[in-house]
Ligand binder design. Sequence first.
Ligand code: PRP
Ligand code: URA
Length: 209
Amino acid sequence: MKNIHLLNHILIEHKIAILRDENTKTKQFREVIEEIAMLMTLEVLKDAPIKKIIVKTPLEEVAQTVIVENSIVIVPILRAGLGMVNGVTAMLPSVKVGHIGIARNEETLEPVEYMCKLPEGIQDKMVILLDPMLATGGSACAAITALKNRGVKNIKMLNILAVPEGVEKIAKEHPDVEVYIAKVDRELNSKGYILPGLGDAGDRIFGTN
Ligand code: PRP
Ligand code: URA
């Protein structure tokens, strides 16, 4: 599974412990989701679009490599992916943001798309999908297919927690998509929740349940 990248960093592990804790309240949960997204941004940008510019220091001019921010679009999968947006834009303040709304049918666990609003010209950009949870992989694959149907070719994905079945599904159906995962958990329960997991990410970010 060459397209799957595990982050394996103690700082991210440390923060995942806070997310998992059932006593972590909404405010801190949101902050930590953002912080992990910010740290994951470092990894996903390893093959970011770049260009050389000339910068004048107080002493002389120097050629410096910079990221072409307007060649990158981030797309959170609603709702929980919204929690990761500020973490990425803290690092890349000029990126455009599209939105894909996908919710799992609670009985069948099948993904249902209920909205899609993407910036003009997205087909030529590097698109980074955001969703803290990769469970069955249905939502991620539906979002990737929605982007591909609109002509997007360069797709990356950031997930905080995943389980092996979700990872395998995305690797099999979309081997061209680079997926960055902070932690792979054990399994899904009969209701499609990740174990040990962190519960319902959307509910914990937005204080609903
Ligand atoms: C959650 C999560 C993912 C999806 C993962 O969203 O944020 O989008 O489940 O599950 P899957 O891999 O089995 O598709 P949910 O459908 O609960 O919607 P919400 O974010 O609006 O709560
Ligand atoms: N979505 C969540 O928010 N949590 C899970 O454990 C699985 C899917």
